[in-house]
Design a protein around this ligand. Sequence first.
Ligand code: AMP
Length: 609
Amino acid sequence: MAPTEAAAAAKGRVTALGVAACERDAEKLEFIEEKTKNFDAEQARVLAEILARNGGAEYLRRHGMEGRTDRAAFKARVPVVTYEDLRPEIERIANGDRSSIISSHPITEFLTSSGTSAGERKLMPTIEDELDRRQMLYSLLMPVMNLYVPGLDKGKGLYFLFIKSETKTPGGLPARPVLTSYYKSDHFKHRPYDPYNVYTSPTAAILCTDSFQSMYAQMLCGLLARTEVLRVGAVFASGLLRAIRFLQLHWKELAHDIRTGTLSARVTEPSIRAAVGEVLAPDGALADFVEAECAKDSWEGVITRVWPNTKYLDVIVTGAMAQYIPTLRYYSGGLPMACTMYASSECYFGLNLRPMCDPSEVSYTIMPNMGYFELLPHDPAAGEPAAAGRDDGPPPRLVDLADAEVGKEYELVITTYAGLCRYRVGDILQVTGFHNAAPQFRFVRRKNVLLSIDSDKTDEAELQAAVERAAALLAPYGAGIVEYTSQADAATIPGHYVVYWELMVREGAGGRMPEAAVFERCCLEMEEALNAVYRQLRNGDAIGPLEIRVVRGGTFEEVMDYAISRGASINQYKAPRCVSFGPIIELLNSRVLAKHFSPACPKFSPHRK
Ligand code: AMP
């Protein structure tokens, strides 16, 4: 529905973004307008505020910034850094040094990023009032969504949200994922009632670190409220698929509980039992319905069958999550997928002002009040952005967001209230346009190299594109790739790329497992899709034939369980697109059903890109 139609239904106040659903929404939409119109002035204000606050801290003093709050001095004196550069400061804070090292406000906790450094999770220092900024960004999401989808106050959201148990650094600061920090905060736990943000999941279930109990209770409550549910979501697409998998595994037990009005004894947490007890009553008709739907051979469209009033999926499917789009389409019967925000442990960045657009068109508008942002130009043809802040090259020239050029790619560099200064986030973004004076970005990829055997470098986006091309060959068989990862196998001579595929075959709907020759063609198709350096080296025998290993159903769930058992967060978990960790490779290899190799060399000509 276009904003004007939705607005007509809502009859709210007119704002530049559309007609607001209610007065509170109007204020939020006007806030977005004001901040994006005065984007650069707001950025200058935020930088001056950060520099005034943290100017007395050791880090800025060391770089000659004490007392200086202007942008020119900042740009001239403060280096562009990576996590590795900041590691000594971060370790001192983690080890208990409470002096003002990077921030004059006390570091209250570390947020454990899903990004790693030397095999360990990155620890992002944060301060108390960052929670207010995160909360502020969250508060903008529904007013924007209400412009496009009317009536969301008439029902509930089924969101699968999880926390993870936290650890303490040697110096005693909590270390936990950013969403765990947020859900455990008073901001979330004691949020005022908002008719546009009513969840089916009891807070007690969200706040339980036992992922089975948490998921079980959230799914049960979602089933009990099935006709009230207007949107279904999780943070990332992988989380929502995990919920569907959970339903596939546990529907009988869930239906039993609904039939008898008693909660499974496997849920032991008293606060969850109490919360579920408030909504659970014997309902034979609903139990029959759940059993009938879940017993069907085909799970196509299961989300819309079980939750028939769902208007959209609220789930991030940009970046590494793009590969889940076909599977989500299958389970949801083609519901729109809304990617509402772009955020990280370091800083929350911005939101999608057209949340109902196609996933391929998602652009995020950065909010200038979240932190101070700069851009490191990135030439896609030249590989990664130049190493910054090093001795072996000129210092990089960073671009202010107001000067971003449409069509160009940049790496995001941030300066935060918590004390990160000119810190490279590692995300590559492409400018797609502006909302007022605020640039809008397509998330291109996380800067990294996934696979390398020789001088070849294959990144996540290239591997994803190759897998998608090969997946098209499976489509006639009613088969698709549920999940994949890769490994640079150096044990063979020459080394070769191994790609692990977990498949879904729609057997109930006439699908069948493709024969070996099809998988061999898939191997070659992937090689054809890889970059010129790869194809050249492959033709020169520096790289062996690409191999596909088909693993049995549920393998990637085991990989995820393993990662979670080692400290990963369910919310932030993203299946690794490349694995090098021995136990995970062993796990994958022990689940292999079949191996297939590319039967020929991919085409290569020095003139073809
Ligand atoms: P973490 O540090 O674990 O919170 O992960 C943050 C990273 O997740 C970001 O730097 C991005 O690489 C990725 N990410 C977050 N939001 C999005 C989004 N909307 N689309 C694509 N990738 C995202």
